[in-house]
Design a protein. Sequence first.
Length: 93
Amino acid sequence: MTRATIGEWIYLFNSAFDDRWQSVLKNLETVTDQEWKAVLVDGIRSIRDIVAHIGMFKYMYLAATFREREFGYGDEPATPHESRLATRGAAIE
């Protein structure tokens, strides 16, 4: 993989978490705490669950690529303590 390709991946990855209109964080601005935990009828995951899953990879990819796997999927920070996901506000701090 070339440096340019790696640079593009890093740019796209980081843009998912900045404050641009299409980012995860920007799209969470209007989510209420009730919506945060709700699972739709016939659904499987809440917004909270999806954000936790997306956020996990922000840590896991870095650890797997540039470090010696300091933690696993079930360890913090990849899987944050329940209090970090209790509300939308707590999760995006």
